[in-house]
Design a protein around this ligand. Structure first.
Ligand code: SAH
Ligand code: SF4
Ligand code: F3S
Length: 442
């Protein structure tokens, strides 16, 4: 019987993982496999996993049980686990009721065709070795779930910041940057295919560094090069670490109209005691100084953040400092999480996970409630203003409406016009909720 070479990939976690799935699809396509978005037609199912919080891993385990039930009906179905859970759970998951045929870590994707062959001959296949230099620079990703307008480009891999709560340095290994020329080439290629927005991805893009042999290209240099591809190509990037977001970078953003006026600057906590236990390497005051610099150098720049509630030893005054800092910054948006202890982190090894669950829940709720008010206030300030919006597609609410984003990364919904996805329209804002701007094309 002919082997079923349809590959289905389900992705969990951050944008970096989404981007990796596109690399996986490309590698497999070059080796005779086809991507399918219908799990029922798949001969191989890959689940690209995330370890960042315990509930992320729980979701993956549930999905694996479901995939296993599919294999009961279709015994030749292969199931592989990719991504950040690979190394930590390889033995457990492989032994636990035969859930998996294959496990590959984030730096092992070039070996997938070989690993699949190995499985085909009745062997289980595991490769979770992390690399010091793999960046997949030469691989042109197959764009999955794409709207044809915006795409991700990975510019670096790994992380060596060792924030004490974070599993990423252990799941993704050493930090390394990707050849700048290949990033510019990929951007140009996307532009020619009709894309109008790229997001440059790394765990800490500010520490991007590429040595050409003659000189070193910093993140600020890279941004300027990518922005130079075409003024109609919008550039976004994530994530910036507050400890090294430089004035030079802010000035590069200010000087280029097509670099978006939106900076994601995760603060995690407003308390210096927490920031120190988290090993974030900045203080509340350093952070505030950086926010002031953004406001001064890039007027009209949106600022978003990540916050963790209930980290080790967090007291009520620590929590209040987080709320007061949120209020001081007036974030436009935030991702907010309850602290989840992760194995193989500094916090798990040296600090007590001692904030009771119900206190974590309450603090998180207070943080979310405050952010809701801040987002609403920020959006209401936009009523009456006119923004350039890149049309992304039909709005979920109505077939007669389009949605798109302004430079500040806010979603705007407006009545359909002649200009469709991939084109820019000027939208005057007439109303706002905490999540969306409503407007009309002018
Ligand atoms: N590299 C990025 C983001 C990495 S993960 C950065 O440094 O900002 C995204 C977010 O998940 C983090 O910013 C943090 O807020 C959250 N996070 C990471 N580890 C966590 C943990 N153990 N518990 C709860 N939230 C966590
Ligand atoms: Fe994790 Fe910190 Fe690295 Fe971000 S910078 S990935 S939070 S260790
Ligand atoms: Fe991303 Fe989750 Fe890994 S957030 S880097 S997929 S642990």
């Amino acid at each position: 019987m002919e082997k079923n070479k349809n590959i289905y990939i389900e992705t969990y976690g951050c944008q970096m993982n989404m981007s990796d799935s596109e690399i996986v699809a490309s590698i497999l396509k070059d080796n005779g496999y086809r991507y399918t978005d219908d799990v029922m037609t798949a001969g191989v199912i890959f689940i690209n996993t995330c370890s960042i919080r315990e509930n992320a891993e729980d979701r993956v385990r549930k999905r694996l049980q479901y995939f296993k039930s599919l294999r009961k009906k279709n015994p030749s179905l292969l199931i592989g686990l990719l991504g950040c859970m690979a190394d930590r759970t390889k033995t457990a998951l492989m032994e636990e009721g035969q859930l998996l045929d294959l496990v590959a870590g984030p730096d092992a994707y070039r070996h997938l065709p070989k690993l699949l062959e190995q499985v085909g001959t009745g062997h289980r296949a595991i490769d979770t070795i992390l690399s010091a230099d793999e960046t997949y620079a030469d691989i042109t990703p197959v764009r999955l779930d794409s709207n044809g307008v915006s795409a991700f480009i990975s510019i670096m891999r790994g992380c060596e910041n060792y924030c004490s709560y974070c599993v990423v340095p252990s799941t993704r290994g050493q930090e390394r940057s990707r050849d700048a020329a290949s990033i510019v080439r990929e951007t140009r290629d996307l532009f020619e295919k009709g894309y109008r927005e790229v997001t440059l991805l790394g765990q800490n893009v500010n520490s991007y560094s590429w040595n050409t042999g003659k000189h070193t290209i910093t993140f600020s240099d890279l941004l300027a090069k990518v922005a130079g591809v075409d003024p109609l190509m919008r550039i976004r990037f994530a994530t910036s670490h507050p400890k090294d977001i430089s004035d030079a970078l802010l000035k590069t953003i200010a000087a280029n109209h097509n670099i978006c006026r939106a900076i994601h600057l995760p603060v995690q906590s407003g308390s210096n005691h927490m920031l120190s236990l988290m090993n974030r390497k900045y203080t509340r005051e350093n952070y505030q100084e950086r926010i002031s610099a953004i406001r001064q150098i890039i007027p009209g720049c949106a600022i978003s953040t990540d916050i963790i509630a209930g980290f080790c030893n967090e007291t009520e005054p620590d929590h209040q400092e987080t709320l007061s800092l949120m209020d001081w910054v007036g974030y436009d948006a935030a991702y907010m999480f309850k602290y989840s202890e992760r194995p193989q982190t500094l916090a798990a090894d040296t600090l007590p996970n001692n904030v009771p669950e119900e206190v974590k829940d309450r603090r998180l709720r207070e943080i979310i409630d405050l952010q809701h008010q801040l987002s609403l206030a920020s959006n209401r300030e936009d009523v009456g203003k006119t923004f350039e919006v890149l049309v992304e597609g039909k709005s979920k609410r109505s077939d007669n409406q389009y949605f798109g984003r302004n430079s500040q990364n806010k979603v705007a919904v407006f009545a359909k016009t002649q200009s469709g996805p991939g084109e820019y329209v000027m939208v005057k804002i007439t109303g706002a909720t905490s999540a969306t701007l409503l407007g009309e094309v002018v």
